[in-house]
Design a binder for this molecule. Structure first.
Ligand SMILES: [Zn+2]
Length: 408
């Protein structure tokens, strides 16, 4: 074994490796540098891990899980949309607000007006809330710029969050999010502009871990998303898709056919989409925050996902319009209460399957030798409590890249 830095002993482990929770009752995790070097029963701890040079931390029976993964957020944005929240409560629909120039387009105006530093400051503040819940990997999308300058600034801000905080940030270029007003008469021209100018520039700066598109009647058609995806595939960039949130455009199946990592939302996904996703191994990322805030009534077809062995992930969708929800634990609870997930499915959704949706399952998402030593420590009797409580955070410790940070 390589040099051992620290060992966590007497933990109840939910490793999330294999099926289910992967429980080790009295477990230990040995860390070397930023990696997990050994996992097993405390009784079997290798003698090297007992050396005087090793920092040994006794967890006294607390639960340890992999660090949580929030695989779908729009965490970088200017302004907020509390005014629209108020309007929707007065009966105006999300679609009406979007068609009236509000919705995404109002956040576009505020984001264009914000400096890089302002974006990083605001996003870091939101990210700290997630960190306090044991999140160690976070996805951040662009998509509120709709021009080259602002899209790049958003992606740089996402990179800035990673520089500032102990957090692994995955940057997604959401190239097709909304059609800017000045391109209203030239949809095809806008798609070409996004591909040839914005995507290429972001790629050249190393700011793109994946691309994403919003496939919906109020956003972009399947054919437009396909054009964008084909350009991304040529560059070897992984794909994600906002699919079937407000209507069934066959987005889930489209994502599967294109070999996307995930299709996200999926309230209106058909049985055929679920089947195609199962065959392709496309992750279903469920976003109960948007469902909750938009007061939707049609839940995603969870039974069809199960029947087709579609991996299910859960995320906050943290964004200023349809899901101003800064808590992944809340997403777990809502996923169970609103969508009928089991607490084990919810935990898998914010660990292994969240990692898979980001294409980083080789490195994070479970407690296994060789993976990043990204861990969360919980004051709970059982991991089902992570989905059980609403508005209560039982995270008492977090390890990022092998280092323990204090959460008080
Ligand atoms: Zn989204």
């Amino acid at each position: 074994m390589t040099t051992i830095d620290r060992a966590f002993i007497h933990a109840k482990l939910a490793t999330l490796s294999g099926e289910g929770l992967g429980v080790v009752d009295d477990g230990a995790v040995v860390v070397s540098g930023d990696r997990i070097a050994w996992v097993g029963a405390t009784d079997d701890l290798p003698t090297e891990a007992r050396a005087a040079s090793v920092e040994v931390l006794d967890l006294s029976g607390r639960w340890m899980t992999p660090g949580l993964v929030d695989c779908h957020t729009h965490l970088v944005f200017g302004g907020d949309r509390a005014d629209e929240f108020e309007k929707r409560l007065e009966g105006v629909s999300y679609e009406e607000i979007a068609r009236g120039g509000g919705g995404i387009l109002s956040t576009v105006r505020a984001t264009r007006d914000a400096s890089l530093e302002e974006l990083v400051d605001a996003a870091s503040s939101r990210a700290r809330g997630l960190i306090s819940e044991g999140v160690t990997t976070l996805e951040i999308k662009s998509g509120y710029g709709l021009d080259s300058e602002t899209e790049l600034r958003m992606l740089r801000a996402a990179a800035g969050v990673q520089e500032r905080l102990a957090l692994n940030v995955r940057k997604t270029f959401l190239g097709l999010h909304a059609l800017p007003v000045d391109w209203a008469e030239d949809r095809a021209g806008y798609v070409s502009y996004v591909i040839a100018e914005v995507f290429e520039a972001a790629l050249a700066e190393g700011l793109v871990d994946a691309v994403d598109a919003f496939c919906e009647g109020i956003a972009f058609q399947p054919e437009e998303c396909t054009t964008f995806f084909e350009a991304a595939r040529k560059q070897g960039v992984p794909l994600r898709l906002h699919a079937d949130q407000l209507s069934d455009l066959g987005g889930g199946a489209l994502a599967a056919w294109m070999g996307a990592l995930s299709a996200d939302h999926l309230e209106y996904a058909s049985a055929a989409s679920a089947q195609a996703m199962g065959e392709a191994g496309t992750v279903a990322v469920l976003l109960p925050g948007a469902f909750h805030f938009l007061r939707e009534t049609k839940a995603p077809p969870v039974d069809a996902f199960r029947a087709n062995r579609v991996p299910i992930a859960l995320a906050t969708d943290l964004n200023p319009g349809s899901s101003p929800m800064g808590s992944l634990l809340t997403a777990m609870n809502l996923g169970c209460v609103l969508f009928g997930l089991t607490p084990v499915e919810a935990l898998r959704g914010v660990t292994v399957n969240g990692a898979r949706a980001l294409g980083v399952a080789e490195a994070v998402g479970s407690i296994e030798v060789g993976k990043m030593a990204d861990l969360a420590i919980w004051e709970v009797g059982h991991p089902r409590e992570l989905a059980y409580w609403l508005g209560r955070n039982p995270c008492v410790g977090r390890v990022f890249s092998g280092r323990l940070d204090d959460l008080d």
